[in-house]
Structures are given as C-alpha cells and as structure tokens.
Design a protein around this ligand. Structure first.
Ligand SMILES: [Zn+2]
Length: 339
C-alpha cells in the first residue's frame, strides 16, 4: 500500500502510437516516476524529436536565370537553371525553384528562399542593380538573415560603385573590370580542399571563359583559405594560368593587363566559398559561359554541391549524383539567331 499523497504507476496500456504519459494522475496527487516510466518518457521524447527532424520542411533553393544575351549555347541561363534544377529534383530535403528571364514579378519566392543562385549577365544588365537600390536592399536583408547566395559566371561582375560592397559582403568578392580578366582557357583542376562542395569531385579540365583575379575582400589573392572580419574564405577551384593565358587575349577588353602578366605562376581561384559572420553562406563560380560544359560530370557536380551547401543541405559523401539524358543539353535553349 502506498503512503498517502503518492501513487504507484502501473504500466500504461500498450498503444500503437507513442504517447506521453499524463503528468498528473486523475486525483492530482504527485506521481512517483519509476525508472521504467522515466525511460518510457525519454524514449517518447526522443521519438518526437526524431519525427520533428524527419518532418522538417525542405530547404528552398531558387535558381534565377538572366535574360538571353549571347550567341547560341553561350550564356544559356534559362536552359542552364532548368538543367541544374532537374539534377536537384530528387535531392532529399531540398525544394528547387527556377526563375526564367530575370527577376520575378513577386518577391515572395525570394523572401522564402534559403538560398538564391544568380546565373545571368552582370554589370548594368545585372538583375540585382535594376530598380534603383530596391533589389540590392532586399538581397542584403536576406543575406543578413542568413540566406545563402551564389553568383555564377557574368553574375560575379558588378560595377564597384554600384554593388561592389554588397558582393564583397555576400560572397567575398567580385569581378572588377580592368582588374579581373576573362580569357577563354582550359585550367587543370588537379586537387581540391576538403570541403562539402568538393565531395565526389574528381580532377578535371575544361575550356571555359574562366575569369580570374577577382577583387577579393581585404586584398586577398583568393588562392588560399583565409578569415577576414568574421568571414571565412575557402578557394574551391584553383589552377595556375600559363603565361600565354595571362598574356591574352582576354574576351573583353582584350588586354593584356600588366598586373595580370606580372603574377606569372600564381594559382588563381575560379570558384570560392564563404561563410559570412551573420551565418549565411555564399559562393562564386566564374565558369558557365559555354552551355555544353554542363555535360561534364565534375563541372556539374561542383556547382550542384555548392547549391546544396549554400542552402545548408548536407552534401552527400560522393556529392550530388546526376546523369543527363542524351538530349538534356539541347533542351530549353533560348531561340537565338546564329551569328
Ligand atoms: Zn561569358
């Protein structure tokens, strides 16, 4: 017989669902929890937490394509984001949306995003510098909330006095005209740092309009890991341009620029990743001129991995696996007149 004011618990009836035991018995007396009862409670709490993790909403990735600009199979932003979105379609925990031909009519899709990747023309054609400062201010607000941001190819170029400060804050640097250069060349990416973005990526070489010598934060060369004012910087794709590449010609203006030539032998970053002091992630990727390069498994994988990483989705141990159908590279190309 239990003393007054206490009550021995009996084993609860077994039910299909894991239910938490009532804290107080019906007569409102204080219960004594037996060890087995405590274990049951702990198990149920664990199960609830696990369910909460499993039921967590997917992270939202937005891939924004710019408007058509170049000849066929170059700067195919609309086709590119659809191809990448197709590769990410089956990624657990990720919901990918692509936007075609620039900024959406309704900002809501951006405000709800966990990461936004911009693949578009830059400078005065950059979607983020249209409409005064309103778009810059919105993305800056999202960056401060920890939203991941990626910029690919021409989208890494902004006029310094227009959005240089913003890109430096968001992704650690940007292409600056007459400081950076844009030759078409074939870097050899021979080794990679240990980083989620490089998982499953094998050495590769591929011809592209690989910009280099970005205007990086705090004068960084960009070819080694660094921490600046709370921002961590990790080069992802690094290769050494030959002197012939440095000597030009570049796509525009043709160069060569003496300061590029003088850095003979220096490795250069063509892709990099940052973690911002506010907690958000960012990356820059300077390739992406030729649409057909998306057919290279390693070229494609390093970008797909970066998209997951920016959205804070765990990158699989072997990276994002994807295969393209034989017609994938011909799909969704913009109607362009051959020049
Ligand atoms: Zn280009």
């Amino acid at each position: 017989m239990a003393p007054p004011g206490t009550r021995n618990w009996e084993a609860p009836e077994k039910t299909e669902a894991c239910t938490l035991p009532a804290i107080l018995p019906e007569d409102n007396t204080v219960p004594i929890l037996t060890l087995s009862r405590l274990a049951s409670l702990a198990f149920c709490l664990l199960a609830l937490v696990s369910n909460a993790v499993i039921a967590a909403p997917p992270k939202k990735l937005v891939l924004m394509a710019g408007k058509p600009s170049h000849p066929p199979r170059m700067h195919e932003f609309n086709a590119g984001v659809q191809l990448l979105a197709g590769c990410l379609d089956i990624t657990p925990g990720l919901e990918t949306t692509y936007l075609l031909n620039g900024w959406p009519d309704d900002d809501a899709v951006l405000r709800e995003a966990d990461a936004i990747v911009f693949y578009m023309d830059g400078l005065n054609r950059h979607e983020i510098v249209q409409q005064g400062r309103s778009r810059l201010d919105l993305i800056d607000e999202l960056a401060d909330r920890g939203v991941g941001l990626g910029f690919m190819h021409f989208a890494v170029e902004v006029a310094p006095d227009q959005a240089g400060r913003e890109l430096t804050k968001w992704i650690g640097g940007h292409y600056e005209a007459m400081f950076s250069c844009n030759p078409i060349w074939e870097p050899e990416f021979k080794s990679f740092p240990v980083h989620p973005i490089t998982r499953g990526v094998h050495p590769f070489t591929i011809k592209d309009e690989w910009y280099f010598n970005m205007r990086f934060i705090d004068g960084l060369s960009g070819n080694s890991q660094a921490a600046v004012a709370g921002l961590t910087f990790t080069p992802i794709l690094v290769a050494t341009p030959s002197d012939d590449v440095r000597d030009g010609s570049y796509v525009h203006p043709k160069g060569p620029y003496p300061h590029i030539v003088e850095q003979s032998g220096r490795p250069e970053a063509m892709m990099w990743a940052v973690e911002r002091p506010s907690g958000g992630r960012g990356f820059g990727f300077t390739g992406g001129h030729f649409h057909d390069n998306w057919g290279n498994d390693d070229f494609r994988k390093v970008v797909l991995n970066a998209c997951l990483w920016a959205a804070e989705v765990e990158v699989p141990a072997e990276g994002v696996a994807s295969t393209l159908s034989p017609t994938a590279l011909d799909a969704n190309l913009d109607p362009k007149k051959k020049r």
